[in-house]
Design a protein around this ligand. Sequence first.
Ligand SMILES: CC(C)(COP(=O)(O)OP(=O)(O)OC[C@H]1O[C@@H](n2cnc3c(N)ncnc32)[C@H](O)[C@@H]1OP(=O)(O)O)[C@@H](O)C(=O)NCCC(=O)NCCS
Length: 255
Amino acid sequence: MFNSLFDHVDSIIVRDPAARNRLEVITCYPGLHAVWFHRVSHFLWGIGLKLIARLLSVFARFLTGIEIHPGAKIGRRVFLDHGLGIVIGETTEIGDDCTIYQGVTLGGTSLYKGVKRHPTLGKGVVVSAGAKVLGGFTVGDGARVGSNAVALKEIPAGATAVGIPARILHPDLPQSADSKTKEYFSAYGVTPNVDDPVSMALKGLIDATIEQEAKIAALEKMIAKLNNTPAVPGDATAASDTKRDLDAIKEWLKE
Ligand SMILES: CC(C)(COP(=O)(O)OP(=O)(O)OC[C@H]1O[C@@H](n2cnc3c(N)ncnc32)[C@H](O)[C@@H]1OP(=O)(O)O)[C@@H](O)C(=O)NCCC(=O)NCCS
């Protein structure tokens, strides 16, 4: 039990630059307390003590500002950062290592009882501040939902969704589902190294290479054309064609 507690606490320290030590996380993180309360209320819900489970979840909301329905399934090392205003509906499933920021709603759009109305988050999903994920669809492993986005349909693994309604930005961005390794966790859901001068210099080099390859291909085409020009001495048309092509090459090189 203590191993699992420290595992959770350590994963929070990895994901929150403001967290200084285990004692601080255990005492000052309502997102952690809300998950503890939920573990008990979910158990009570499972054994049929539904009203007591609901009462406990209401008490937890009073203390933490986070509302989690006792029926929701929450995986290991789930981090509700800041937590205030998070609402997690009855049929929600949250995979291991997910990070959910304040003001997030994992809600439903249908009023039918007994059906899956709320989303399923895969492993390592990041749901940014204020985002709403509404409906019984899946958000794939390592996906990220941007702040204030409203996601209404499935989000593929590793994708980033932003806006209202949410659209996909980077469908194939690699993102670790394992929050235990800091180097892979994208703090606050931001693309790693996007402003890194080395990454930007590399991008510049790649762009220049692509441009040069296009110019070389065009030159090769022109040279091949010149080679095919009949070398008839005194043929004025061929000579003028050759001169025109050479001029075109010079112009091209000047650009
Ligand atoms: C969604 C998010 C993860 C995207 O990060 P990213 O992959 O680095 O994306 P970028 O910053 O490169 O932005 C890419 C594009 O998406 C847009 N975008 C980014 N976040 C957006 C958002 N939340 N809503 C709408 N558009 C957004 C950018 O303007 C940019 O548009 P452009 O291509 O037209 O210029 C990030 O912006 C985000 O919302 N992080 C959440 C942080 C958070 O909740 N912090 C709480 C701390 S308490």
